[in-house]
Design a protein around this ligand. Sequence first.
Ligand code: C6P
Length: 410
Amino acid sequence: MVEIDTYKIRQDFPILDQLVNDEPLVYLDNAATTQKPRQVLEVLQAYYENDNANVHRGVHTLAERATAEYEAAREKARSFINAKSTKEVLFTRGTTTGLNWVARFAESVLKEGDEVLISVMEHHSNIIPWQQACQKTGAKLVYAYLKDGALDLDDLYSKLSDKTKFVSLAHVSNVLGCINPVKEIAEQAHKFGAYMVVDGAQSAPHMTIDVQDLDCDFFALSGHKMLGPTGIGVLYGKEEVLNLMSPVEFGGEMIDFVYEQEATWKELPWKFEAGTSNIAGAIALGAAFDYLLEVGMDAIHQHEQELVAYVLPKLQAIDGLTVYGPADADKHAGVIAFNLEGLHPHDVATAMDYEGVAVRAGHHCAQPLINHLGIHSAARASFYIYNTKEDCDKLVEAILKTKEFFNGTL
Ligand code: C6P
C-alpha cells in the first residue's frame, strides 16, 4: 500500500502554517471539522468567479455549466461511496439533515409497538430525530449499550426482533472512536426486515465506504468533516427505499407539476432537493472527494491507525489520564477522548491551546453516552491526513504540561 506523504499534504493546507499563542498550530479537532486544501478552495472560488448560476432552471450558458458541475459532483459522490446510481445520492446540509430525513420517513412506517434500535454512543443527530419519530408514532426507542469501550454486539442482537423496524448506528463513534461492524449488523437487521441506517459522519472521511457492500439502506455523511465546505453533505438511500419516501421539504425545482391544490414531484434524486441547493458547496465537495481518492482512502485509514498505535499507549501511560473507548489501538479509530483526573476538560483544552494544540472539550453532542460513562464531559483529540507523529508528541507534551501546571496551582 502507498504510504501517504503528510509533509507534502500539509503544503496544501495554508491554515496549518500559523502560530497560535506563539506556538505552531497542532490541529487535532478534525472530528468537529477538518481543514480545507487549496484544491477545494480554488474550486469554490473558480465556481463563483466563472460559472455561478442556479441549477436545473436556466438555459443560458452559465446555468448549464453550473448544472453540469453540480451533477458531476453528484457522480463523484456516487463513485466515492459506490452507490449503484446517482438517483441514490441526495445532497443535504450534512449528516444531521440526512438523519432527520430518514427519521421523517420512519414516521410513515412506524406504528405503536414497533421499535427503533440505536446505541447509547450515538450523536444527538442520531438520537433526537428518532425520539421525535417514536413520540409521534408510539414506537419505542431501544438502546444497545457498551462492552470494553465499544458496542456490545450481544446486547444489540438480543434487542433485535420482529418489532424492530429501523436500526440506526454510528459507523465510528465521535467519542469512543470504536468502529462498529455495520455490515454484519445490517445483515442481522435485514433478517428481521428492519431498515439499516448508518451515520457515516466519522467514517466516510477516514476509510473506504462501499454502500453496496455494507448493504445499508441509508448512509449519511457531512462534507465539512472530509475536506469539503460546511453546509453540504450526502444522504445515500437505496433506490427502492427512496421511492417509498416522500420529500421532506417542498418548493422550487423539486416539482414536476404544480396545480392549485396539489403537486407532483420530479424523479430521484431531485424530488428531495427543494429550493436552491448549496451548489458551490456540492461542487467543492466533489473536489474534496477527488483529493481524498488521490491520496487513497485505504492509505488514509492506515495512516490514522499508525498515529493511534503510536499515541494511544503514550496516553494510556500518563498517570491520572483516563482514555475512553477500546484500549486496543487496532480497534480505535483516530478519535481519542480523555479526562485528566481532577480537572475540567474545558480547562484542559484551554491550557492545551496555550501550547498551540487544538482539541475539543465538552459533551461532544453525545450526552446519553457521557452520562452512561458517568462523567459530565471529556476532552478529545482527533486526527486526519495532515497530522504527524510530531503532532502526537505535541499532544502528549501539552497534556503533561497541563497536568503539571494545574498540579502546581491547585
Ligand atoms: N460531530 C463532533 O465534534 P453535522 O453537524 O450534521 O455535520 O454532523 C453531525 C454528526 C453526526 N454524527 C456523528 C457521529 C458526528 O460526529 C456528528 C458531528 C461533531 O463530534 C460536531 S458535534
